[in-house]
Design a protein around this ligand. Structure first.
Ligand code: PGA
Length: 242
């Protein structure tokens, strides 16, 4: 499995900024031995899908609704994402869990819907600062993983370990600790019979620190927020994952 370097643009960029970024990144030399993904807002998926068609850069959404269609004002279904040619979807990002009140159970429904639709889920898990202080990191992640794997235990998905306190803070977790958590996540997946699972690290990944994460044997890429907004910086991160 190739490492995955994924850009999570959150609620950033206008359409022209998305187009300019894609023009730049498609003009860059992207190493064949790693997979590159961008996740713009729903609004920009259509334009990005057209621009990226046939290219080396994949397209992901930042969220999905687990129902195929229906009266869910403001939501976007897995069916609509598949129709657009989206191949990945971020599920259970901490900003959705903590700011939008998404529960483990709702995240699990999204995970199962994505997996059965053939969208590759990037399941985000991670502890808050208080949970880490209380020594509950492993228990919290086990609960987040467990809720999903109880509903569906597919093979071939992605888990992003993103400590909530590390996201957007400028301070990533110690790479050795990310490696320890990645091993625990992989053990949980193996116990459920899930194969071909890639664990990414996310939370304040930058060009200057990415090599310390790529040096960890069980990390297979990164989910990058702030440092993915500029094409030059994201390209540097892609190149530095060795
Ligand atoms: P960050 O965000 O790189 O800005 O910390 C990562 C994420 O939220 O996925």
């Amino acid at each position: 499995m190739r490492p995955l370097l994924a850009a999570n643009w959150k609620m950033h960029k206008t359409l022209s900024e998305v187009e300019a970024f894609l023009d730049t990144i498609l003009g860059c030399d992207l190493p064949d031995d790693r997979e590159v993904l961008v996740c713009p807002t729903f609004l920009h998926l259509h334009a990005a899908a057209r621009r990226l068609s046939g290219s080396r850069v994949g397209l992901g959404a930042q969220n999905l609704h687990p129902e195929k269609k229906g009266a869910f004002t403001g939501e976007v279904s897995w069916h609509q994402l598949v129709d657009l040619g989206v191949s990945y979807v971020i599920v259970g990002h901490s900003e959705r869990r903590h700011l939008m009140g998404e529960t483990n159970e709702f995240v699990a429904r999204k995970f199962a819907a994505a997996a059965s639709a053939g969208l590759m889920p990037i399941l985000c898990v991670g502890e808050t600062e208080a949970e880490r202080r209380e020594g509950r990191t492993d228990a919290v992640i086990a609960e987040q993983m467990g809720a999903c794997l109880e509903l569906a235990a597919p093979s071939g998905f992605v888990v992003a370990y993103e400590p909530v306190w590390a996201i957007g803070s400028g301070t990533p977790v110690d790479p050795a600790e990310a490696e320890r958590v990645a091993q625990a996540i992989l053990r949980t997946c193996e116990a459920r019979g899930c194969r071909q699972v890639r664990v990414l690290y996310g939370g304040s990944v930058k060009p200057e620190n990415v090599a310390s994460f790529s040096a960890q044997p069980h990390l297979q890429g990164a989910l990058v927020g702030g440092a993915s907004l500029k094409a030059e910086s994201f390209h540097q991160i892609i190149r530095s994952w060795t």
